[in-house]
Design a binder for this molecule. Structure first.
Ligand SMILES: [Zn+2]
Length: 275
């Protein structure tokens, strides 16, 4: 009798396994097939992935991801149904005014390096992906390492959103209030004047912020601002301290990329997964 019970159990397991393996793999769904998330799902804790890059190219620094690896990362995200959104769509999504895609992705670059135009843009165009660059307008047009106004305008015609990274990239927490205000407001005004559209989003330089600086960002008219605090954005996020996932060049950049976007690293660093 006992043997018979095991046989039944074995058969059930075989049927279950066959059913599961024959189900369509949701990971392989194309973007168009992916169902949109309802506002209720966003309310109940759905996540928005916000990636943070700096340079794309051949420099041997952690902040520079090689172009071929950046291409591989974009291909992976595209193949896995991530749909790129703008900061405005993120804002409206978490406000509950817009239904976001199943896997919303905001790709951001800080500082406005020239390689965002020469190396990153062709890859983004190849995969039909949008991105946002946080620009330091004090560098624009007077430093060959950074994007100039013509390049910024051309990028905006190709799915790139330009937003603010303060006027001169100074360490805000060391500045008096009037200078913090000037850094935040003047970058916004200068970008708006040169690009001809409103600039509503900010990334804090060096990622540092505090509630006081966040208050000034709100006061000068930003709708939301981004940190390098590691995590996803959801409806529980502080709109003036939005989380991002910084992507670095490491000894194994792709492995670390997967760990970072799947939020494994924080557990590993605490010794909960790896010994
Ligand atoms: Zn920066």
């Amino acid at each position: 009798m006992k043997k018979f019970g095991f046989l039944i159990l074995f058969l059930i397991l075989v049927i279950l396994f066959t059913t599961i393996t024959m189900l369509p793999n949701s990971e392989n769904k194309t973007a168009a097939e992916a169902p949109a998330k309802s506002i209720d799902e966003i309310a109940s804790g759905a996540k928005i992935l916000v990636l943070n890059y700096h340079q794309i190219g051949s420099n041997f620094t952690p902040l520079c991801v090689p172009t071929a690896i950046f291409d591989e990362q974009m291909a992976y995200l595209k193949d896995n149904g991530y749909i790129t959104i703008t900061p405005e769509e993120l804002y409206e999504g978490i406000a509950g005014n817009l239904v976001l895609p199943e896997r919303p992705l905001l790709i951001t670059f800080d500082d406005g390096y020239i390689d965002n135009y020469t190396n990153a843009l062709p890859v983004l165009k190849k995969y039909g992906m949008r991105a946002t660059i946080f620009i330091v307008p004090g560098f624009t047009g007077n430093n060959a390492n950074y994007l100039n106004w013509e390049q910024l305008k051309e990028m905006e015609k190709n799915g790139i959103t330009i937003q603010s990274h303060t006027l001169n990239h100074r360490a805000l927490e060391e500045l008096p209030d009037d200078e913090i205000r000037a850094e935040l407001l003047n970058s916004k005004l200068l970008l708006e004047k040169n690009l001809g559209h409103s600039v509503d989003f900010l990334a804090y330089p060096t990622g540092t912020y505090n509630l006081h600086i966040a208050g000034i960002a709100k006061d000068v008219g930003y709708k939301a601002s981004f940190t390098i605090k590691y995590g996803n954005v959801d409806r529980g996020s502080n709109i003036y301290a939005l989380e991002r996932v910084p992507i670095f060049q490491t000894e194994n950049t792709m492995k670390n990329f997967f760990e970072r976007i799947e939020y494994r690293q924080s557990f590993e660093s605490l010794g909960w997964i790896k010994k």
